[in-house]
Write a protein that binds this ligand. Structure first.
Ligand code: NAD
Length: 487
């Protein structure tokens, strides 16, 4: 089935109980196209308390049946949904691109494929996510079951709306929960467009719903007394608010996927070309608006000058790939909106007095929110461009002498999402990988993820993990059943 949505026929209403319905709120969302700063529309629904309650009520009604639906049926529905995402991939990517500015070739296709894959991967788990049983020699048989939580929700950011949707919705639905999605106010269209695909795939009413809205809607979800779990991806500041609202309400379960300031440590004995390519790609993919981007690059003294020359050249080449995100040849689009543009430009301007500007530093073009890939060198470790997440195509490159020194400097941050080490020495690679205080480490690679292994951060980069079996566990509680065998 191919749906009718397009950039001239945008989905704007809430999707509750398998129907599009108008919000009870007179306040609406305005969306801007970041390639030219022009308003796309100003009448997208913003869910209020009444709308959230309506979705929760429908979800509660749907929950008992969905939980008991046979694993093969649930699997088939999820696989069909994956097929439908794929069939409508180009339109879904366009609906994201219109307000995010991410080109299809370098991001849109990757993201829609990722969303489809989350459903296939998690569908495959449905009849394999086993519990445990324990020996009965003490007279009691013990069974541990993975129980769904009930009504769950996902609150997602704007930088990868469909991918993050899948990372939350798919494990939630696979484990027998019902799910409410709250997309970002900056990129709601691809999420709102899912309605016909949800129906066509065979999800019963109330099982999978979409509420567009802003932080106020997210706040209502986090504080809701009848939502049992929120999986959140976004900034550290908002993540803390979500956790606070969860504990002040019903102690709902919370998974937090937050920001990063990820280090890449490049040793003298690495393959230089490989290190340059991975680190340059890491900070320019999706215009640097990636939580696990390697934004702090540390290079050992012996190859520092050579690395800097090569990295600068690649950044200059990347700058030539910036353009209209709607054109096939474009690899790098604009930043997502004026706020993001002002924020990144502010860091760049202040950065000019914190270190040496190696390359970039300027706006591209007169309209839209395009910015050059930008690199600073020789920056003090306590400068804000080293310590704070910029969330744009901006990195720092500093030199280091030895391993002990650079492990301290790498870990001296409140974040702990991703880290990378580049070396040909396997002993050093494994030593450094275990020393990094982060949820993920790449060896001779950085800023990447796989569906079948845990994704997430330490410290203020988050709580809990997505992907792999960890992703399913995050949407279940264990139940222990103890059977007295004497009677
Ligand atoms: P954000 O925190 O501003 O918003 C994220 C979502 O939270 C949006 O849907 C927003 O409407 C909602 N929200 C806002 N206020 C809320 C509140 N009080 N209660 C509940 N929900 C609320 O983040 P953003 O600007 O959309 O995204 C950028 C951030 O996301 C960056 O920090 C980035 O590193 C992070 N991120 C992390 C990951 C990861 O997996 N670790 C992935 C992508 C992005």
């Amino acid at each position: 089935m191919l749906f009718e949505w397009s950039k001239t026929n945008l989905p704007k209403q809430l999707f509750i109980n398998n129907e599009y319905v108008a919000s009870k709120n007179s306040k609406k969302l305005e969306l801007i196209n970041p390639k030219n700063g022009k308003t796309i529309t100003n009448d997208v629904d913003l869910a209020n308390a009444e709308d959230v309650d309506a979705a929760v009520e429908a979800a509660e009604k749907a929950c008992p049946e969905w939980k008991k639906t046979s694993p093969t049926k649930r699997r088939d529905i999820m696989n069909k949904f994956a097929d439908l995402i794929e069939q409508n991939g180009e339109v879904l990517a366009e609906l994201t691109r219109i307000s995010l500015g991410a080109p299809y070739g370098s991001f849109g296709k990757f993201e829609t494929d990722l969303a489809a894959e989350t459903f296939r991967y998690n569908a495959g788990w449905i009849d394999k996510f086993a519990g445990e049983s324990f020996s009965q020699e003490d007279g009691f048989m013990k069974i541990v079951r993975n129980e769904p939580l009930g009504v769950t929700a996902g609150i997602v950011p704007w930088n990868g709306p469909l991918g993050t949707m899948g990372l939350k919705a798919a494990p939630a639905l696979a484990t027998g929960n019902v799910f409410i999605l709250k997309p970002s106010e900056k990129t709601p269209f691809s999420s709102l467009a899912l309605g016909p695909l949800i129906v066509e795939a065979g999800f019963p009413p109330g099982v999978f719903q979409v509420l567009s809205g802003d932080g106020s809607t997210g706040g209502l979800i986090s504080a809701h007394m009848r939502i049992r779990k929120v999986s959140f991806t976004g900034s550290v500041a908002t993540g803390k608010r979500v956790q606070e609202a969860a504990s002040k309400s019903n102690l709902k379960r919370v998974t937090l996927e937050l920001g990063g300031k990820s280090p890449a440590v490049v040793f003298d004995d690495c393959n230089l070309e490989n290190a340059i390519t991975w680190t340059a790609n890491a900070i320019t993919a999706n215009t640097g608006q990636v939580c696990f981007a390697a934004s702090r690059v540390y290079v050992q003294e012996g190859i520092y000058d050579k690395f800097v020359a090569g990295y600068k050249k690649q950044m200059q080449e990347k700058a030539r790939l910036i353009g209209d995100p709607d054109k096939e040849s474009t690899q790098i689009g604009p930043l997502a909106d004026q706020a993001q543009f002002d924020r990144v430009s502010g860091f760049i301007e202040r950065g000019k007095s914190q270190g040496d500007l190696l390359v970039g530093g300027s706006r591209v073009g007169e309209s839209g929110y395009f910015i050059e890939p930008t690199v600073f060198t020789n920056v003090n470790d306590d400068a804000e461009i080293v310590t704070q997440e910029i969330f744009g195509p901006v990195s720092i490159v500093n030199s280091f002498k030895d391993e002990a020194e650079i492990m301290h400097r790498s870990n001296n941050t409140n974040f702990g999402l991703m880290a990378g080490v580049f070396t040909q020495d396997i002993n050093k690679a494994l030593r450094v990988a275990s020393e990094f205080d982060s949820g993920m480490v790449g060896v001779n690679c950085v800023s990447l993820m796989f569906m079948n292994v845990p994704f997430g951060g330490t410290k203020e980069s988050g709580i809990g993990r997505e992907c792999g079996s960890a992703g399913l566990r995050a949407f279940t509680d264990t139940k222990t059943i103890m059977i007295n065998l004497t009677y």
